[in-house]
Design a protein around this ligand. Sequence first.
Ligand code: GLY
Length: 369
Amino acid sequence: MAVINVALAGRSYEVRVGGGLLANLAAECGPLLRKRRVPIVTDANVHRLWSAPVEAALREAGHEPRWLVHAPGEQAKSWQELARTVDWLLAEEVERGDHILALGGGVVGDLTGFAAAVLKRGCGFVQLPTTLLAQVDSSVGGKTAINCASGKNLVGAFHQPALVLADLDALGTLPPRQLRAGYAEVLKYGVLGDASFFAWCEENARGLLAGDRGSREYAVRVSVSEKARIVAEDERETTGARALLNLGHTFGHALEAESGFSDRLLHGEAVALGMVLAARFSARVGLMGEADAGRIARAIDAAGLPSELAALGLQAGGKRLASHMLYDKKMDAGTLPFVLLRGIGEAFLDRKVALDEVAAFLDEELQAH
Ligand code: GLY
């Protein structure tokens, strides 16, 4: 097992990466579970696959698991489901010093973390991420949120978990499409700041996606270490360091919005294509060579992720796609910071990108074959 520390002074915590963590849940959580009753928030898919070992691990240690099971999917990140979660936690008599377990992917983690942030002005929670995307990104760093009528993740809080247990066994029950989508966030760490990890991904993506345990362990460990380093440097995304984690997300967000945030395009798929677009845009404005942009697109295509905007079959033109970016929560006094590239492993934040130029670029990409 690897243990990575997220160093945040009084709010520091461990991310443990390895096998058998859920099967050994009570021992892994130790004194964080201080009462007999343990509240667990999850979704119906994860409940079906993982409730039995989690129940057994907790009951063996004398605990009584209490479950709140949401319907799977993004719709759980709503005001309504937040209210349901908070009311349920209150009915379960959860106190500030207790820890709520969030068992699932990014949706469950974001919703439960936000409920924990507002319940009694903040109580503890533990992230038990079961998807690759949640293990390498959303469970680490304390971003919690729900969606509202104006857009995704627009209501939320920074609220750090007390512990993250990234159990590699959970990746074994993940649908292949979800695994590939999560892999986009793994590759992102290479593209944004680590050219040698990018090269490792080029070599090992196939094995990782096919189930190679060593590759999965290494990829999650490197990704979490990089995320922990960035979060420790810029917890609240104020200096620009954490903003680099949004590589591919601004283009990707526009594609997700145009697809109605549906299963047509998963978040990780949008980020994958968004990274290709950020790379090609960077090449177009002369920041990096076409060869590097091509290498990024090939790595994404080789993982079975979308790498061509024209192939998505969207009806929108560049102007409409760019207009979705105006609702991005990173808009600041009329400008939208973009993460661009000077090369593989050399991302930076550009605050002066003109949306007209982005729209013209997207028009070209929509025509390309
Ligand atoms: N997913 C981006 C971040 O945590 O900052």
